[in-house]
Write a protein that binds this ligand. Structure first.
Ligand code: PBG
Length: 331
């Protein structure tokens, strides 16, 4: 703040706003395709892709259509995708056992993607919610709560199977205590030295995940329960820094804040405090909200770009967003 003594008219801030060229030259933040990661849903036993009602322009892909989608993303310069499976109901159970099947649907899809597009980075969640009949991210104990340490054993196995399938970036999204350490140790021991961990570190117990539950068809399993006993309380920010510190010490390569727009203060605090690669997830409800207002002509399409640039301004290095493809086309 060196020039704080300057006054109008010597200082006219509008000079640097007077045309697009100068505005571009002095822009403090820019959005590029290297900042964008596309989340993709892939569903077992469908032949054609199906649109997700609450996520305009986003589909549940079939094993086949996901390859076409990835081809398009690669051609647009997108470098990473986060793949979320929609699992057949008859494969779900209380323990989410299908998650640790080496040849489960997701692992097979990942193998095919990496065979066809070795250059795209595949991110996959570690959490049991796609596989459990109750829709929680872990297994339930006799008190009816998600059992931390029992869940860790399963998550470790799930992570190893994902790494074996060729997943480049393992993303624990389950919020169990100690999971990053357990997964890192297992990866090291089994020779997956370059498998990266993107920790959903500050993951809030948010209502903004609603459309995601429709997308992965877990809404009816989950009902109106909450994940409050493991995901973070929305009131807290010191706790987010504590979570991030633990995940870094346990071996995370990248940390993440989720949701995005309602938590820009957290993104900024995490980046400033730790100077770690920091990603942010613009979640399903944020995208749905923007798209709904755009569809009604209450907002113009540019709000999406504006929302993404706000993440850069807050300090995020990279953004998971359902709008990655459409924005990449316009950049
Ligand atoms: C699974 C998971 C969720 C999301 C990403 N991974 C849902 C949840 O935790 O309830 C939400 C993503 C979104 O809303 O776009 N643990």
């Amino acid at each position: 703040m060196a020039n704080f003594k300057r006054k109008y008219p010597l200082s006219r801030l509008r000079r640097l706003r007077s045309n697009k060229s100068i505005r571009d030259l002095v822009a403090e933040n820019k959005l590029s395709v290297d900042d964008l990661i596309q989340p993709i849903f892939v569903k077992e036993s469908i032949k054609e892709k199906e649109e997700i009602e609450s996520l305009v322009g986003i589909f549940r892909h079939s094993e086949k259509s996901i390859l076409k989608e990835i081809e398009e993303l690669v051609s647009l310069g997108i470098k990473a995708v986060a793949i979320f499976p929609v699992i057949d109901e008859d494969k779900k159970n209380e323990k989410g056992s299908e998650a640790v099947n080496e040849n489960n649907f997701l692992n097979n899809v990942i193998k095919t993607i990496k065979q066809n597009f070795p250059e795209i980075l595949v991110i996959a969640d570690v959490a049991l919610d796609p596989y459990t009949t109750h829709g929680h991210d872990g297994v339930i104990n006799s008190d009816g709560d998600v059992d931390n340490d029992e869940t860790l054993k399963i998550l470790e196995d799930q992570a190893l199977k994902l790494a074996l399938a060729g997943t480049d970036i393992i993303a624990p999204s389950d919020m169990m205590d100690g999971r990053v350490g357990v997964i890192r140790k297992a990866l090291e021991e089994k020779g997956f030295k370059n498998t990266m961990i993107l920790a959903y570190s500050a993951k809030y117990s948010s209502k903004f995940y609603g459309p995601f539950k429709e997308a992965v068809e877990s809404a009816k399993f989950f009902g109106n329960k909450t994940k409050d006993s493991y995901q973070m309380a929305v009131a807290n920010i010191d706790e987010a820094l504590h979570e991030v510190a633990l995940d870094i010490n346990e071996g995370a390569d990248i940390v993440m804040v989720k949701p995005g727009m309602p938590y820009l203060d957290v993104v900024k605090a995490v980046k400033e405090k730790f100077q770690m690669p920091t990603f942010v997830y613009q979640v399903s409800g944020e995208y749905a909200m923007l798209k709904a207002a755009i569809e009604k002509n209450w907002l113009s399409e540019e709000v999406i770009f504006e929302s993404l640039l706000s993440f850069k301004r807050a300090g995020a290095d990279c953004i998971l967003t359902y709008a990655a493809k459409e924005i990449a086309k316009n950049l």
